[in-house]
Design a protein around this ligand. Structure first.
Ligand SMILES: O=c1ccn([C@H]2C[C@H](O)[C@@H](CO)O2)c(=O)[nH]1
Ligand SMILES: [Zn+2]
Length: 137
């Protein structure tokens, strides 16, 4: 699937965003190796800290449906520049996706930019940091 098609999936998912507080809808679309596309939108809450981003909605939907092998992710919002994922989503991407996986950042004007997961979060804390760690002095 080409990048423009995945961006269009993300754009349609954006129309389903639940954003009564920010009025800032975001859409995402995650392509799985088996050909499935998992879409996501941001879903907000009156308890603001519980707002979930479009990217994490798509990633969590995918994992909960048994997908683990991802090809690329597109994300879109009405931003002056292609929308950059927040820090929380970068961390979740680093956990669940290959470091060289492309993330297509887009906006409604038609701008798009591609960055890898590792470029979005260099030096990410990960599972390899948890075990076999050095004992502290
Ligand atoms: O990459 C991003 C950036 C922000 N948001 C959401 C979170 C919140 O609902 C709203 C404003 O930050 O946009 C996303 O879904 N993805
Ligand atoms: Zn986020």
């Amino acid at each position: 699937m080409d990048d423009r098609t995945l961006i269009e999936w993300a754009r349609q998912a954006r129309d389903r965003a639940y954003t009564p507080y920010s009025q800032f809808p975001v859409g995402a679309a995650l392509l799985s190796r088996d050909g499935r596309v998992f879409t996501g939108c941001n879903i907000e809450n009156a308890a603001y800290g519980l707002c979930n981003c479009a990217e994490r909605t798509a990633l969590f939907k995918a994992v909960s449906e048994g997908a683990r092998d991802f090809v690329k992710l597109a994300v879109i919002a009405d931003t002056p520049r292609p929308v950059p994922p927040c820090g929380a989503c970068r961390q979740v991407l680093a956990e669940l996706c290959p470091p060289d996986m492309p993330v297509i950042l887009a906006n409604l004007k038609g701008d798009a930019e591609v960055k890898t997961v590792a470029e979005l979060l260099p030096g990410a804390f990960g599972r390899g940091d948890l075990h076999g760690r050095e004992k502290r002095a």
